[in-house]
Design a protein. Structure first.
Length: 69
């Protein structure tokens, strides 16, 4: 998997506010790495997913929620 291309694709969806697509693509990348026994790729995909979740929290979370993080 071309991880940089994958990150750019997911990031593009996040930038446009399409979190549903970003999560779906991120999970697809994770599954592809798992099928290929690519643990480094899995770890990188998890980092990307974490970034999408953080963007969601920052955009939609209340101040109270963000302070608990």
């Amino acid at each position: 998997m071309d991880i940089e291309s994958y990150k750019a694709e997911v990031g593009g969806f996040v930038d446009r506010g399409n979190y549903h697509a970003a999560i779906n693509i991120a999970l697809s990348g994770l599954n592809a790495c798992r099928r290929n026994n690519d643990q480094d790729g899995v770890d990188q995909c998890l980092g990307v997913i974490r970034g999408v979740i953080q963007a969601l929290a920052e955009e939609f979370g209340s101040q109270e929620f963000l302070e608990r993080q």
